[in-house]
Structure formats: C-alpha cells, structure tokens
Design a protein around this ligand. Structure first.
Ligand SMILES: [Zn+2]
Ligand SMILES: [Zn+2]
Length: 389
C-alpha cells in the first residue's frame, strides 16, 4: 500500500436532467417500453425456441410457469404506457406509445398463450431467454441494492454511456451458447491432462469443498489471465475497453471487448474441465461467479465485515477500476483476494474508495470505436507498458 498517498473523496458529477422523478411520466414510460420489448422478445423465444433459447438453461426453468410472468409483463407494459398519457406531460408519451405498441405486437403473435413445445436440440442459438432472465434478475437484485445501499447516492441509473453498457450486456448474454461452444472446444485440447484418479478423488469430497476448490482453481487462472491483459503490451488495448467505463454500477461490468469475453471464459473452462467436479458443485460455482461479477461493479456500500478480507467485494474491485496512481495494476483477482495477497498486487486502503475511475487516456466512447480500438491502437503503436494509459 502507498502510505504517502493522500486519498480523496470522490465527488460524483450531478446529471440533474438524467434523474428520474415520480409523477413526470418518465419512470412509467421507461418501464413500459422495457417491459414491452422484453415481452415481445419472450414471445419470439416461445415461437422459435430452437433458435432463441439456450439448451442448458431450458433444463432449469419451467416454460409454462414463465408464461404467467410474461402475462403480467404485457399487462403492466400497457398499464404503465397508459399512465404516461394520464400524467399528461407530453414529453414521455412516446415511450409509453412504444411500450404499448410492442406489447400489442407481442399479444398479436400469440402472447402468453403460445404453446410450450418440445425443442429441436441445437447447439448454437441466440440466448434470448438468458438475456431476459438475467436482465430481470439484475434489476430486481442489483438495482434494488444500489437504491437501498448506494455508495454514491447522486449517481443516476441512466448515467453517461448506460446505453453502451446495455449493448454489451445484451451481446454477452445473447452470445452465451457461442461462448460455451468456444470454451468447451478450447478446454477439450487439455484432454491429455485429465486424470480419472484425481477426478474420482474430487468427486468423493463433500460438494461444498468441491465448490471451494473450483473457486480457488478458477481464481488462480483468472488472476493470471487478468494480469497478462494488464502487463502484456499487445493485450492491454483489448482489456482497456473494460476499464474505459467511468461510472461503476450493475451494468458497468458488462463492458468488455468480445475477444476478452470469449478468452476469459475459455481460460476458466480449463480448470473446470480438468477438476471434473459434480454437476451440483459446478452449478453452484457458476451462480456464485455470475452474481459476484455483477456485484463487484455495483454502486453499493453493502457492508461485508471481515468477508472483505477473503472475497473480492465492490470496494476491492472498484480500486481495480481506479485511475489514481496507487491503484494502477492492482486487485486482479475475480473471486477471492488470496492471489493478490500472494503475488503482491493487493490494494485495499482501509475505508477509502477511488476518487476517479477509467483509463488515463480516454478510449472511443462508442461500441464500434471500442471494438476497433485494439487494432487501431496497434497500428498506431500506441500500446504502452503502463496499463492505465
Ligand atoms: Zn483489469
Ligand atoms: Zn471490472
């Protein structure tokens, strides 16, 4: 830890025009259009399940139960859309109109009455079901947490570049079956390292211990993969996309170059494949990892007590996104703080949080610009050793 450094309190920029206030019709308009789009997507997923649902996920949820959720989604979208007209401010009626429009199209296509058919098994599909469930789950869990226990109360939901990160959120979830195919293919190259004796030994230990083992092995791989992205000049421009976000919240962690998204999952699949743990342990790890990845980017002061010295928490990972000098190239771990402690990259200065987030050299602010950035940076030979450039 840099003991001479004077830590400053972050002063978040206010965006009064982006604030949501009750009674304006904006909250109902946004809710209406969101529910309308989700309902329409859900109906399309029911109509074309082979192409728009995820084989692995279908085994976990009940399609008929979710039709009830879809029914209320459509009803509330129409209700909230109508409310924008009753509130009569004019300004946000178009949101309500679109919300009602999407819901009516969803109803016209069969709505919540589309029969749940058995599905042709297809490996590659667009994971619309995963996108809808992850979005609803994130809003219910993480957005609620950010509103109840915010770190920066002034930070608005629709902070700058929320739309850019929403695009990344959608891409990462829609592409999950492609990511899985690629990761499994990548891991299969390590079949020579599979040991039946080791896998049998692992399966004979209690499930909770298997989960601990998976977390530690995955964390070790993710630590070095992450550190390589920071410390290898050629790789940094790819990972810089994830660091270009300047307002951390539940959506911010989604920002990442597709090369990083695919390579990260492919790397973590290797220990999962070699360990050969029980499916229950594997599922528990996947849920833990997915929730933690969103939580650590959240704008929340949720207290973790002594757990913050074991697990990666929002404060710990926010420091990884800090652009101040003591935070540069620290806190690489994804799950526990162990490997940062072990390899000398741990930075958690008491109760301090970063004053600034982002890269010291600003990246393009659009998805296209960010996707092309590694190539452009390479051509210009601007990749430098310091990873927060
Ligand atoms: Zn990083
Ligand atoms: Zn991050």
């Amino acid at each position: 830890m840099d003991t001479d450094y004077e830590y400053k309190e972050r002063v978040p920029e206010r965006f009064v025009e982006r604030e949501l206030r009750l009674g304006e019709g904006r909250i109902s308009g946004i809710s209406s259009i969101t529910l309308g789009i989700l309902s329409l997507l859900a109906v399309l997923a029911y109509l074309y399940p082979s192409y728009l649902t995820t084989a692995e996920l279908r085994q976990v949820y009940d399609g008929e139960q979710l039709q009830i959720l879809l029914k209320y989604g459509i009803y509330f979208s129409i209700l909230l859309g109508s409310l924008t007209f009753i509130l009569n401010r004019g300004l946000y009626r178009h949101l309500g109109s679109f919300g009602i429009g999407f819901s009516l199209i969803a109803l016209a296509l069969g709505g919540y009455r589309v029969p749940v058919d058995s599905v042709e098994p297809r490996e590659l599909s667009l994971s619309v079901d995963w996108l809808i469930l992850a979005f609803l789950g994130s809003v219910v869990i993480f957005l609620t947490l950010e509103k109840l226990l915010p770190k920066y109360k002034e930070q608005v939901i629709m902070r700058p570049e929320w739309d850019v990160d929403l695009f990344y959120f959608c891409f990462n979830h829609l592409a999950i079956s492609a990511i899985l195919i690629f990761s499994n293919y990548h891991a299969s190259h390590f079949h020579w390292a599979v040991s039946d004796d080791i896998q049998n030994a692992i399966q004979s230990i209690p499930v909770w211990l298997q989960v601990v083992l998976i977390i530690l092995c995955a964390d070790f791989v993710l630590y070095w993969e992450h550190r390589a992205y920071h410390e290898i000049k050629l790789l940094w421009p790819v990972h810089a996309v994830h660091h270009s976000v300047e307002h951390l919240d539940w959506l911010a962690g989604s920002r990442g170059h597709f090369v990083q998204v695919f390579s990260e999952r492919a790397m973590v699949m290797i220990p999962l494949y070699l360990l050969g743990a029980d499916q229950t342990a594997l599922n528990a790890y996947v849920v833990f990892a997915a929730l933690q990845a969103v939580l650590i980017h959240c704008n929340t002061r949720l207290p973790f007590g002594p757990l913050k010295y074991v697990f990666v928490t929002p404060q710990f990972h926010h420091w990884h996104h800090g652009s101040e000098k003591p935070a540069i190239d620290t806190n690489y771990s994804a799950h526990t703080v162990i490997f940062d402690r072990l390899f000398g990259t741990y930075h958690l200065p008491g109760e301090h949080w970063p004053a600034e987030y982002g890269t010291t050299k600003r990246l393009p602010r659009s998805v296209v610009g960010q996707t092309l950035y590694p190539v452009v940076a390479h051509l210009k030979k601007q990749g430098s050793g310091s990873s927060k450039e």
